[in-house]
Design a protein around this ligand. Sequence first.
Ligand code: IMP
Length: 176
Amino acid sequence: MIDSMKLSQLISADDIQTKVCALGEDIGKKFDGKELLVVGILKGSFMFYSDLIRAIDMDIYCDFMGASSYAGMKSSGECQLTLDCRTPLKGKHVLLVEDIVDTGLTMNFLKHHVRQRGPASLSTASLLLKPEALKEECDVDFVGFEIANDFVVGYGLDYQGYYRNLPYIAQVQNMN
Ligand code: IMP
């Protein structure tokens, strides 16, 4: 059990749900009439992903990929694929769904991986984006909230596996 973290709410559960509905509508408009494969990036996006796909009012196909680059509260600078998508991507309209884009390394790594498989198009969505933390250029088509360069947890995001079940996003205030 982790008991030395001080958390303060940054984005409420209601604000998240409002934003997720708006993103779902935008995605539905963009891909109207197309066959869309929505790929959740595990583990952090599982909660955002499950709310987002229910806010997309069209038939979609679901699959998952896994990536890991974080150690504690810092990016390790190296990204690894922990789970690959089983669905053939060639000719598909693919939407990658991330919890957060921090340095941009993971999203760019996954974009590169998907592009090599010849999708018809590749788009990206992330609930959170830390513009000041970007270490490389990383365009994200659908962004929920831009936040400061602070470590956050909740709504799928973790610290050492904890806090994913919080229904809101919280900022980590300090550690002792
Ligand atoms: P990036 O490769 O640095 O953009 O980081 C992407 C991944 O790092 C995310 O999918 C998260 O798993 C993790 N991450 C980045 N920032 C945070 C944070 O503030 N809290 C929890 N996880 C984070």
